[in-house]
Design a protein. Structure first.
Length: 169
């Protein structure tokens, strides 16, 4: 069984995924990292080929990783918006939603100029995050097998909480 981390950009999926892998001995993969390794910078993919092309590549990576076992998979923020991805991930995995408040996300992302969905907008980063969070929160909550709040907790605390939730401590 795989452990899959989902949530908004800035929720800590990458950092916490690495910590869980260290605690459990699982192999860790970041879907955005796999895509970058194979296809180049994600911001370039968005710019030159568009978001639909990126989402197609993302689904290919999800299907490949979902076929493996005993992984920790950190997903891109929009990955679970596509039902096909969730079906693949749930076949052999448990999805953990890392729930972060808008305040936490703002603090973490306000200085990050690398997020394509925050760049290509006339909205402020805060307004864009608020809108994305409103759109995505119901989906995250629906697909999640577990929900873990991340505000005011260290990555180590969150990783240990997840490991205990899924019964691996």
């Amino acid at each position: 069984m795989n452990l899959v981390l989902c949530g908004m950009m800035g929720a800590g999926k990458t950092t916490i995924g690495i910590k869980i892998a260290e605690l459990t001995g699982r192999r860790w993969y970041d879907t955005d990292g796999v895509i970058s390794d194979r296809h180049g910078k994600i911001s370039d993919i968005f710019e030159y080929y568009g978001e639909p092309h990126f989402r197609k590549i993302e689904t290919e990576v999800v299907k490949e990783l979902a076929e493996q076992d005993y992984l920790v998979i950190s997903t891109g923020g929009g990955l679970v918006l596509k039902t096909e991805n969730n079906v693949a991930l749930k076949k052999n995995g448990k999805i953990v939603f890392l729930r972060a408040s808008l305040e936490t996300l703002n603090k973490r992302l306000i200085v990050d100029g690398t997020r394509p969905l925050l760049q290509a907008s006339t909205e402020s980063i805060s307004d864009r995050l608020k809108r994305l969070l409103g759109e995505r929160m119901p989906v995250y909550e629906h697909v999640a097998d577990y929900i873990v709040d991340v505000d005011d907790k260290s990555p180590e605390e969150i990783a240990r909480e997840i490991v205990a939730l899924v019964g691996e401590d």
